[in-house]
Design a protein around this ligand. Structure first.
Ligand code: GTP
Length: 323
């Protein structure tokens, strides 16, 4: 970065500077700016000493401004500054260091105005004050819009991280997040909460006989049985490998047992296709049903359904057992 002239000895005009455009008295402002240095930056060169609270106005070329690089808080925002535009207004106004890193995207000429002089210019020109306010308001709006976009994106990824990639059912992370709340709600509202634990039968053998990809397809078919048979208020979760779970809020033990029987029957009837031509042998599942008891927490509820599932397996599989 080298100084090539001052504003007074250059051919640039006050009207070239966006912040001062339409100023009441151009010549008075030109006089105030006369000794401000103009520096030349080569492509890729960083503006030295950019941290100091100063106003930089680009006269020629293009600059890239990356936010907050020195605090380790960089959020990846990079803006492009074009001739007439400025950087550093905020650091002048709040008298804090400018934390952006400013780099020339092509050979550029930059006018540097020290903070003290910016304040004198503000006193001199209402237009500068007004333009500054407009610019800051625009930046605040842009920052808010970006924040909202990020929040939406964050929520999208959060939702995505709660879904099992193979089956499209909720995953264990979702369960860990939501089940404690569901249990608390059920206890406080005195409404029953039923849980059905579902485990595919002899799934190791299915994998060994038909291959792991066919096994994956069978898991998808099982998941579809669950999603297709439930009410909108129920939730289906992939609990582990070939183990799934259904949560039924406001559902009594009798109704939950009937739902489990229906799921068991639909599993039996579900078709698994390896390549959309050849149907594979049917899958069956064993199901354990439990309803939340007073004093039980989520772990107790899962353990009760698991114990019932174990009994369904022990007594021959392809059936329902209740806690
Ligand atoms: N294809 C496939 N298989 C899986 C997946 N996750 C777990 N498995 C398989 O599921 C099988 C579970 O086997 P086991 O726990 O022995 O149970 P099982 O053979 O179903 O026997 P029972 O439950 O007693 O009827 C294992 O062979 C796992 O490899 C998966 O995502 N895809």
């Amino acid at each position: 970065m080298k100084q090539i002239s001052t504003f007074g000895s250059s051919s640039y005009q006050v009207g070239d500077l966006q912040l001062l455009r339409n100023a009441d008295d151009d010549s008075a402002i030109a006089r105030m700016l006369a000794n401000c240095p103009i520096v030349l930056l080569e492509t890729g060169e960083e503006l030295g000493d950019a941290g100091r609270a100063r106003l930089y106005i680009l006269l020629r070329g293009a600059l890239s401004v990356a936010t907050d690089t020195r605090t380790g808080m960089a959020d990846g925002t990079v803006s492009k500054i074009l001739p007439g535009e400025s950087v550093g207004e905020q650091s002048v106004l709040d008298e804090e260091a400018n934390l952006s890193s400013i780099t020339a995207l092509e050979q550029s000429e930059v006018l540097m105005i020290e903070a003290d002089l910016v304040w004198q210019l503000i006193d001199e020109s209402n237009i500068l004050a007004r333009n500054l306010l407009r610019l800051l308001s625009f930046r605040i709006r842009a920052a808010n819009a970006q924040l909202r976009r990020r929040q939406k994106l964050g929520e999208f990824y959060r939702q995505l991280s709660m879904i099992d990639g193979l089956t499209g059912l909720y995953n264990r992370a979702w369960l860990n997040d939501l089940l404690p709340t569901m249990v608390t709600t059920a206890h406080s509202s005195n409404a029953p909460l039923a849980l059905i634990m579902i485990d595919l039968d002899h799934f190791k053998k299915f994998n060994d006989t038909h291959g792991h990809l066919a096994g994956d397809q069978a898991l998808r078919a099982a998941a579809q049985v669950l999603s297709g048979a439930l009410r909108p208020t129920d939730f289906a979760v992939r609990y582990g490998g070939e183990e799934m779970m259904v949560l039924l809020p406001q559902t009594s033990d009798k109704v939950a047992a009937a739902v489990a029987e229906r799921l068991c029957e639909r599993m039996r009837q579900a078709s698994v296709f390896a390549d959309m031509r050849q149907p594979l042998p049917h899958i069956t599942a064993s199901l354990g049903v439990a309803v939340l008891q007073p004093q039980q927490n989520e772990q107790d509820l899962i353990a009760a359904a698991d114990a019932a599932l174990y009994r369904a397996k022990e007594s021959g599989r392809d059936r329902v057992a209740a806690a």
